[in-house]
Design a protein around this ligand. Structure first.
Ligand code: SAH
Ligand code: SF4
Length: 377
């Protein structure tokens, strides 16, 4: 008799060593794991019975105990500028009462590359004051299979371009959630993104964005070498405490130390510091000057993100002039700075608008209540 579906192992959740262990547990030779990965990631076959170079008995065994389960699409939106956004179902947490949750995934095509922005959690506990995901509170971590499944699904939906080029050339963990607060599940996903038997992306094409969980940045430096983006958003602790409440626990000095350590340990090129532009809050010339002095002489880039407003939030986006003045002040001080183009505005696909739908949230917030935050691992 077949096992109940919920007890089946979703193979998308196993990185190469875990899959090898799984296969060994079934008494099969290690090369079977490589064969399985080729079917799964190169040929994108979802049905074990089609994996014809595996013995029939092995395929039947896999069918009974394993599965390849993808996130389900709830809705899809396409923007006039080519950006596409999918709302995906994320079932309720184990043992939770309440309905389904949803997460979002966004595809941003640009000349010569296609970036997929994926989620790592349902909601987020960190409560940054300008972020709509944070405003919803936290519900649960996504499992590795749910994180990997987003990229798998996008590859399947988008296929390959006419010239054979891949549609998804870059993956950024900048959707819903704080990836370093879900370290245990994010790490194997990063390894599959870069594994040549899986998605085969170079380390520079996989970017993890964090609001600054310092201990996890040190751990990350030991465990992987993806590109790092850090949500700085303010040049001093007083302001950052207000915008990014995790700063009260890990202030800017500590965070930057961890960043430079990451670069050294990984022999990385540079770290991108994200900086949301909030009218009259953090966009004044003195802020740019202070920011430049924090980063001067370091391998750092700044990415200015025009604030994306959402209902119930009273910040305003900085004006075009304030943004270009800020950018010029940084440039003049030798800091490479880019301004993020807002994409998918007409379908609410821009940064910080990835609201999804957190139905049975356990509202854990740092901002107002200051509940001590416990993060993995
Ligand atoms: N939790 C991670 C990654 C997800 S957020 C992090 O904070 O880095 C991805 C980026 O979008 C972050 O830089 C975040 O600060 C930014 N962001 C959040 N809300 C935004 C908004 N309303 N407008 C513009 N950028 C926003
Ligand atoms: Fe969480 Fe990032 Fe939003 Fe902050 S900006 S609340 S860390 S998702």
């Amino acid at each position: 008799m077949n096992a109940a579906p919920e007890s089946k192992t979703n193979l998308l959740g196993l990185d190469r060593p875990a899959l090898a262990e799984f296969v060994a547990g079934l008494g099969e030779k290690p090369f079977r794991a490589r064969q399985l990965m080729t079917w799964l990631y190169k040929r994108r076959v979802e049905d074990f019975s089609a994996m014809t170079d595996l013995a029939k008995s092995f395929r039947e065994r896999l069918d009974a105990i394993a599965e390849i389960r993808l996130p389900q699409i709830i809705t899809e939106h396409a923007s006039a500028d080519g950006t596409r956004k999918w709302l995906l179902r994320a079932g309720p947490a184990l043992g939770a009462v309440g309905g389904d949750q949803a997460i979002e995934m966004v595809y941003i095509p640009e000349p010569g590359r296609g970036t997929l922005c994926i989620s790592s959690q349902v909601g987020c506990a960190l409560d940054c004051s300008f972020c709509s995901t944070g405003a919803q509170g936290f519900n649960r971590n996504l499992g590795t299979a749910e994180i990997v499944g987003q990229v798998w699904l996008a590859n399947k939906l988008l296929g390959v371009a006419d010239d054979g080029a891949r549609a998804v050339t870059n993956v950024v963990l900048m959707g819903m959630g704080e990836p370093l607060a879900n370290y245990r599940n994010v790490l194997p996903a990063l390894s599959l993104f870069m594994d040549d038997l899986a998605f085969d992306l170079s380390r520079r094409r996989v970017t993890l964005s964090t609001s600054g969980l310092v201990p996890q940045i040190y751990k990350l430096a030991e465990d992987t070498n993806v590109a790092l983006a850090v949500s700085l958003h303010a040049p001093n602790d007083e302001l950052r405490d207000e915008l990014v409440p995790i700063n009260r626990k890990h202030p800017i000095g500590e965070l930057l130390e961890a960043c430079w350590h990451y670069l050294d340990a990984q022999n990385g090129r540079s770290i991108t510091f994200e900086y949301v532009m909030l009218d009259g809050v953090n966009d004044l010339p003195e802020h740019a000057i202070e920011l430049a002095s924090l980063l001067r002489g370091r391998d750092a880039k700044v990415n200015l993100i025009p604030f994306n407003p959402f209902p119930g939030n009273s910040y305003r986006r900085s004006g075009r002039e304030a943004i270009s003045r800020f950018c010029d002040l940084l440039h003049a001080r030798g800091i490479t700075t880019t301004v993020r183009r807002t994409r998918g505005d007409d379908i609410d696909a821009a940064c910080g608008q990835l609201a999804g739908q957190v139905a049975d949230r356990t509202t854990v917030r740092l901002g107002s209540k200051r509940i001590p935050l416990v993060v993995q691992p």
